[in-house]
Design a protein around this ligand. Structure first.
Ligand code: 13P
Length: 334
């Protein structure tokens, strides 16, 4: 795939008023989500749940792409239609999570480094055959008393850049995700500092690895107060700090930035995105790649009654897509 092709996929991912639905929970993470709504974590339940999401009528009105997990990209609807075909027919770009998870960083207690580079070239080639057009790798940066260390930031950004280069070689748009966690008591100023240092390191590493920014998407965390911080920044403060931090670190040539929801409530995730876009115009489209903030309401309904609430669950997903799509334009009215 040429750089022009990568660029046009990246641009389609952040088309005006559209964002991404992240349904790439690992088997362990989806277990927690399913068990929280009283559903047993079986392969069939995971498949059925993802079928409900991916076959939501008119999902592509506000959803440009979906990030799948390794198991999901191999699965099909009950009628036997591969999920990737369902997506292509609906105009939704298939994406795939390709990292192998965040593991303890040796020598740095409390910090994590994401694994998965070994054998990645071969795995990417397989995902391309399945129809994937973009890939995601998530690094996790934890704010604590003495963290993050520069070693942790650099190790994670180096891995993100190595992954991104392999993606582009394989013809996939890399979605690079350095998530600064909301867990902790830190205030928004410390989140700003850590996010700024992380993004500076990331774009340095991408440059070192010859990654073409024109064919890359950033998945960012918002600059926000830690969950346990007694002084929670307002929505306008979050929007302002997030935009300032991105403008000071992210090259304008990048085709787009999408946010993760990271444990924010549905309403906060949408309101923050909307406030961010109301501060525009910005150098790049700023949209969403939400997991929990797209799914949690629908998952609860589906968990209560998989068959009886099927249509209502899909309506709820479509509604969240519509609200976040409006927020990506700064046009959400609450
Ligand atoms: P959340 O929006 O639930 O944070 O998930 C997005 C994601 O893909 C994290 O890697």
């Amino acid at each position: 795939m040429s750089i022009e092709d990568l660029e046009s996929v990246a641009q389609a991912m952040v088309a005006p008023g559209k964002g991404i639905i992240a349904i790439d929970e690992s088997t362990n993470t989806i277990r927690k989500r399913l068990e929280a709504v009283g559903v047993e974590n079986t392969e069939e339940h995971r498949r059925a749940y993802r079928e409900m999401l991916l076959t939501t009528p008119d999902l592509s009105d506000h959803i440009s792409g979906a990030i799948l997990y390794d198991e999901t990209i191999r699965q099909s609807t009950r009628e036997g239609v591969p999920f990737t075909k369902v997506m292509r027919d609906a105009g939704i770009i298939p994406g795939i999570k390709v990292d192998k998870g965040a593991k303890p960083l040796a020598g740095f207690p409390g910090e994590l480094v994401t694994e998965g580079l070994d054998g990645l070239r071969d795995r990417l080639a397989e995902y391309v055959k399945f129809g994937a057009q973009f890939a995601k790798w998530r690094a996790v940066i934890t704010i604590g008393d003495d963290t993050p260390s520069s070693t942790c930031i650099e190790a994670n950004c180096h891995a993100l850049a190595r992954y991104a280069a392999l993606c582009q070689e394989a013809g996939l748009v890399p979605m690079v995700e350095p998530e600064v966690l909301m867990d902790g008591n830190h205030d928004i100023d410390l989140c700003y500092e850590v996010t700024e240092a992380t993004l500076r390191s990331l774009f340095g590493a991408l440059y070192e690895q010859n990654v073409m920014l024109e064919g890359t998407i950033l998945k960012a965390s918002m600059v926000i107060s830690g969950k346990g911080c007694p002084d929670q920044a307002s929505r306008d403060e979050v929007a302002d700090a997030t935009v300032r931090c991105l403008k000071s670190t992210v090259p304008a040539i990048l085709p787009g930035i999408v946010f993760l929801s990271g444990g924010q409530s549905d309403e906060d995730a949408t309101a923050h995105l909307n406030a961010i876009n109301q501060l525009g115009p910005h150098p790049w489209p700023l949209s969403f790649s939400y997991g929990r903030a797209m799914q949690q309401a629908a998952l609860k309904l589906w968990g209560d009654d998989m068959h009886g609430n099927y249509v209502e669950s899909q309506r709820t997903v479509a509604q969240r897509a519509r609200e976040n799509g409006l927020a990506a334009l700064g046009q959400w009215e609450g």
